[in-house]
Write a protein that binds this ligand. Structure first.
Ligand code: PAF
Length: 307
């Protein structure tokens, strides 16, 4: 079945109105230049819901630099083919003027969860993400929305927004899809030259080194951060932005042996899904790569829920 192309909110509304009222809708918001990671989100949405819809919108308000926005890769024909192969029924591809009409002045401003890590490195980023995601939710009215765990802070910001603003959408975090050498799939990997691509697995190696040390009993958060920094330092092309060991719920940095309490305590329901998240951002040429993993590795959901 081919993918229905919805070029503006009016077409989306008509398409939406023609669906059976009880149909469950799985939504995958994207900025396009899709890869296997996006395909896995669409396949899961199609499997778990009556139908899957994706959006492709390079959201200007989440970019803190105009050159970054202008350079963002685009390939609509390839995206449509990938969506169709993954079982997507429709794709919403609005223009910026459809989403930010003249006089737009209302924003969703996330709280503390958006301050550290990506929020600190990219001021205003999550205000743009939260605003566009809420607008897309209002337009698409999905039952569930699927997000990659690679952007762990984005998932946390969106879950918090949905909870705080009573948005009737279930957020489904999905595992990071990796290349065989461990590099997390990302549209931004296309910025890498062949030499930088060969160096890029250092990002995941750094996370794995922290996990290995954690599994061997290391509980000093600063030691784990230093382990990640040291691995990145072995790669001359890489420049570290941040290496973080943070509480998986609040994303606040952990200090000393606070990591002790990141160990799950199955006997205590409140602590049963506790954990810490190791995350990292690395510049490699024109690309800025981010990745993360939970300590310890979760058994079920990739991102703990706290409600
Ligand atoms: O993860 C992305 O691609 C974007 O941040 C999103 C969620 C589509 C919002 O523009």
């Amino acid at each position: 079945m081919s993918v229905t192309f919805l070029a503006n909110p009016a077409q989306l509304r008509d398409w939406r109105a023609a669906l059976p009222p009880a149909a469950t809708i799985g939504f995958v918001p994207t900025m396009g230049y899709l890869h296997t990671g996006h395909a896995s989100l669409v396949r899961r949405a199609a499997a778990e819901c009556d139908l899957a819809i994706a959006s492709i919108f390079v959201n200007p308000s989440q970019f803190d630099r105009a050159d970054d926005l202008a350079a963002y890769p685009r390939d609509l024909d390839r995206d449509r083919a990938l969506l169709e192969a993954a079982g997507c029924r429709a794709v919403f591809v609005p223009e910026a003027a459809d989403i930010y009409r003249p006089g737009h002045q209302t924003w969703v401003v996330p709280g503390d969860i958006a301050s550290p890590l990506e929020g600190a490195s990219r001021p205003g980023h999550f205000r743009g993400v939260a605003t566009v995601v809420l607008k897309l939710f209002n337009l698409v009215q999905p039952t569930r929305a699927y997000f990659g765990q690679k952007d762990a802070q984005q998932v946390a910001v969106i879950r918090t927004m949905v909870r705080d603003l009573d948005v009737p959408v279930e957020i489904v975090p999905c595992p990071t899809v990796r290349e065989p050498d461990g590099l997390a799939m990302s549209s931004r990997n296309s910025y890498l030259t062949p030499t930088e691509r060969a160096a890029a697995p250092v990002v995941y190696r750094a996370l794995e080194a922290a996990r290995t040390a954690f599994e061997a009993g290391e509980r000093e958060a600063e030691t784990l951060r230093a382990i990640m920094r040291d691995v990145v330092a072995t790669e001359p092309l890489a420049r570290l932005d941040y290496a973080s060991i943070a509480d998986a719920f609040t994303l606040a940095e952990l200090h000393g042996t606070e990591l002790q309490r990141a160990e799950p305590d199955r006997a205590e329901p409140d602590r049963a899904e506790s954990g810490a998240v190791a995350s990292i951002a690395v510049f490699l040429g024109h690309a800025r790569l981010i990745d993360n993993l939970l300590l310890p590795a979760p058994t079920a959901s990739a991102v703990p829920a706290r409600h």
